[in-house]
Design a protein around this ligand. Structure first.
Ligand code: IMP
Length: 430
């Protein structure tokens, strides 16, 4: 398959993650030769539903469900080899033979990273982000300390042992001496285990930057699948309540080794309301009956941890930042069916911070803690017409079209995709 004008598309989260990126990625994957994850790890959880069958993925790109495109886990991703091997088995059991490539440069989550994640969260207390407990912050920290272990190292036992001695001693020291917790796995056990994982992963390991470069020369198409969302970006998000990678599209280049000059289309996925798993202030959060309704109807429980998600009204301060930082060319608006039946829908357009109207995300934590939502009230709609996906945008209720136009104007970005249900076909392209 090839497209001539823009053969690279990127899909990124424009909120707190869980916007429905898995579904939108799956929707586009059919026209892609490669689907590529460029950051994060198995902290992500992407749900794809096709023909009534549900697929829950954490590391392998959602494009795997199509079978045809090649799935790539690139160098910016952090890999827990045990979790990856389990996921490979999971997709095989679903009848898919994975066409998978793993970057030789991707960093590896070690058991001591997972232990350190838990110990660190306890230590951080009120400033902890509420991590998924998958070892994400420690593995990225080790990468920056130049203390990490890469996938290629799992294939070279001598190098693995040399690096493991340093990495293990370092994390064990922090966990036991600074954080007073116990490391109950020996270096020898880790070495044997990880050599074994290396052998199992060996057939998938490649220089994926070179692979993608050559694919582009042959005019192949690539879809980049983001994880998490803009407010979890370690630079632009609500720090320290973020994840430890850059979730923004800018990271595609360094996270894959494909130049940013080549990226054509950047789609930001926005859920019609807001959800958040983990800690941080959340200005447009709702509680009580409305929260229960949104959580139950929207099935807002973490794909990775099962935690009930906090929910709220759509926050356009956040989406405005997502448009700017990612350079979004368009928005995919998801889960609008969850809002069916509301008389009035609230949208947060700015914050009131100490009496000042603020329309861009503040960096100051005390400002964000004090931010009060300023809402616009829009008319709701009742139900969507039957099989609306066959009828197109014009058949949407008038008030829903107004709602869409309102968002476009506020954030200065067109909404070109509207998702009206969880299944692949329940999608309207404008
Ligand atoms: P970590 O990425 O596990 O270190 O978690 C840091 C923060 O990011 C926590 O608040 C998590 O709940 C949040 N987080 C990480 N991955 C996801 C995701 O895929 N969806 C939603 N939130 C996430």
């Amino acid at each position: 398959m090839s497209q001539t004008s823009s053969n690279i598309t990127a899909i990124v989260g424009a909120q707190w993650g869980d916007e429905g990126k898995g579904k939108i990625t799956d929707f586009f994957a059919g026209n892609s030769d490669y689907v590529v994850r460029f950051h994060g790890g198995n902290n992500a959880g992407h749900t794809v539903i096709v023909n009534g069958e549900t697929y829950k993925l954490h590391l392998i790109p959602s494009g795997i469900v199509y079978g045809e495109p090649i799935s790539v886990i690139s160098n910016g991703v952090v890999i827990d080899p045990k979790a990856l091997l389990e996921e490979i088995d999971y997709v095989k059991k679903k009848g898919i033979s994975p066409k998978l490539l793993i970057s030789d440069r991707a960093h590896v989550i070690m058991p001591y990273h997972v232990l350190l994640d838990g110990a660190l969260s306890k230590h951080q207390g009120k400033l902890a982000a509420g991590s998924t407990g998958r070892g994400i912050a420690p593995v990225y920290a080790d990468k920056m300390f130049r203390n990490g272990i890469r996938i290629v190292d799992l294939l070279e036992p001598d190098v693995l042992f040399e690096k493991l001695k340093k990495g293990y001693a370092f994390s064990k020291g922090i966990i036991e001496k600074a954080l007073s917790q116990k490391v109950d796995i020996s270096i020898e056990d880790i070495f044997v285990l990880y050599c074994g994982y290396g052998e199992k992963l060996r057939p998938y390991v490649k220089d994926t930057s070179v692979e993608l470069f050559q694919a582009l020369k042959k005019d192949k198409s690539i879809l980049f699948e983001g994880a998490q969302g803009i407010s979890l970006d370690v630079d632009h998000g609500i720090y320290p309540y973020t994840t430890s990678s850059n979730t923004a599209a800018g990271h595609i280049s360094t996270g894959t080794g494909v130049s940013f000059r080549k990226i054509g289309r950047i789609i930001g996925v926005v859920k019609a309301y807001l959800s958040r798993v983990g800690e941080s202030p959340l200005p447009s959060e709702v509680h009580g009956k409305t929260a229960k309704f949104l959580r139950e109807k929207g099935l807002e429980y973490g794909t990775t941890t099962g935690r009930p998600r906090r929910v709220g009204w759509l926050d356009l301060v956040q989406v405005r930042q997502a448009v700017r930082v990612n350079g979004l060319t368009e928005i995919a608006l998801t889960k609008i069916d969850i809002l069916n039946g509301f008389d009035t829908i609230k949208i947060c357009v700015a914050y009131n911070i100490d009496g000042n109207r603020v329309s861009e995300m503040p960096a100051s934590l005390s400002s964000y803690r004090n931010a009060q939502p300023i809402y616009s009230l829009l008319d709701g709609w009742t139900e969507l017409p039957d099989e609306i996906w066959n009828k197109g945008f014009d058949a949407l209720p008038q008030s829903l079209k107004q709602y869409i136009k309102f968002i476009e104007k506020e954030v200065d970005c067109p909404i070109k995709i509207v998702s009206v249900g969880p299944q692949r076909h329940e999608t309207i392209i404008r």
